[in-house]
Write a protein that binds this ligand. Structure first.
Ligand code: ZN
Ligand code: ZN
Length: 393
């Protein structure tokens, strides 16, 4: 038996008909949904923020209450950078601000080459400043970059760790002025860096830095030790790759993957199918469903869902046709287009074929489509961190 997990990031929305999953044309999902074990899963435990780190840790079966210690240390692990014990890691977004309003948290999905050039220039031109405060900056991918900061003061570190710096995608269309106060007060060094980098950012797609998602160095248990199965993963997103790196899941570097609608979806399927052997697990993470949700563009999000349907799942099913396999499809959290951000509501999930009747028909399967309202009609409700064990058993 081979195991495949498709994670369409943020694909689900609210429990009504006006969702990308419901509005999209999904012949492949429609064909397997009736034979699948379907239900809802809580990927975001009560009291935890609805981030992709929390949601994805749940899917992998790692209790987020124990292991979600800030997203940046997970993300930076994707680069195989393990920061020193006494440092904090912040996400450093390249954003674009227009007339004092947060216009785009991704600086128009700034290209890797442009972003990397900006980071290199900052390293050079701000080297004195960075040295003075024991800071190091790292290029991640596109607008997602990092700063490692050895503060050298445990008390202050705790204060900073417990301060809420708002993610830029949560204040799209809002004035940034009020959100800057917290930097001036708690982390004036970062505020200075925001100011000092202005001339470097001048004339680029980005015009500002935004710091958030701070955390300490992360540790995770071994996926293979827990489940007795080797794992493989493809993803364009560092936070997801970092979770894999830290838990010993092999990350496959697929050329041309972007985390958006123009990604190399066939390549992702290709790399996974070529790697996963008997009794192994292949994870395919798709980011376009989440990004289009953040853009609040349901037409584009529908397109992202249709890509997941035909070019990811359809392609995968064709490639493993005739083999003994199981497939889990499950987003990490909802990203409703109306809200343009993540929420902690339960997500729909399905396991094909149904574990109990192999798709012949029982009360856990037989739902027409893979949508929020179909899934809520199922009696199945899971704490998401238990699903992996259930799926792999
Ligand atoms: Zn996500
Ligand atoms: Zn997201």
């Amino acid at each position: 038996m081979k195991f495949f997990v498709v994670i369409p990031d943020g694909a689900s929305e609210r429990f009504d008909k006006n969702t990308a999953l419901n509005l999209a044309n999904t012949p492949v999902l429609d064909s397997i949904a009736p034979k699948s074990f379907m239900g809802l899963a809580r990927t975001i435990p009560y009291g935890l923020p609805p981030g992709s780190d929390v949601g994805t840790l749940s899917i992998f079966g790692f209790d987020p209450a124990l292991y979600a210690k800030g997203r940046s240390p997970l993300e930076i692990a994707a680069k195989k950078i393990i920061p020193p014990e006494d440092s904090l890691v912040f996400r450093m977004n390249l954003v674009s601000v227009k007339d004092g309003v947060m216009n785009d948290h991704s600086a128009g999905h700034i290209k890797d080459a442009e972003a990397q050039a900006i980071i290199e220039k900052m390293k050079k031109e701000l080297s004195d400043f960075l040295k003075r405060y024991n800071m190091e900056i790292y290029f991640g991918k596109s607008y997602r970059n990092y700063i490692v900061w050895r503060i050298g003061d445990k008390k202050r570190e705790d204060i900073i760790l417990n301060t809420e710096f708002i993610p830029p995608h949560d204040i799209l269309g809002q004035k940034i002025e009020n959100y800057l106060d917290i930097y001036k007060k708690v982390t004036p060094e970062l505020f200075d860096l925001m100011q000092n980098s202005k001339s470097i950012l001048d004339g680029t797609s980005a015009n500002m830095l935004w710091f958030w998602g701070q955390g300490k160095r992360a540790y995770l248990p071994s996926f293979e030790k827990i489940y007795g199965k080797k794992g493989w993963l493809v993803s364009a997103v560092d936070i997801i790759k970092g979770i894999a790196v830290l838990s010993g899941i092999e990350v496959l570097e697929v050329p041309g993957i972007t985390g958006y609608l123009d990604s190399n979806f066939e390549g992702k399927v290709d790399y996974i199918v070529n790697s996963v052997r008997e009794n192994e697990v292949g994870f395919i993470h798709i980011e376009a469903t989440d990004e289009t949700g953040h853009q609040g563009d349901r037409e584009k999000k529908k397109l992202a869902v249709e890509i997941v349907d035909s070019r990811v799942i359809g392609n995968l099913l064709r490639r493993v046709d005739g083999e003994d396999f199981k497939l889990l499809v499950m987003p990490d959290h909802p990203t409703p287009c109306e809200l343009r951000t993540h929420v902690g509501d339960p997500v729909p999930f399905m396991i094909y074929p149904c574990l109990f009747c192999k798709g012949k028909g029982c009360s856990f399967c037989g739902r027409k489509r893979f949508t929020e309202i179909e899934a809520i009609s199922s009696p199945v409700f899971f704490d998401a961190k238990l699903i992996m064990k259930f799926f792999l058993s």
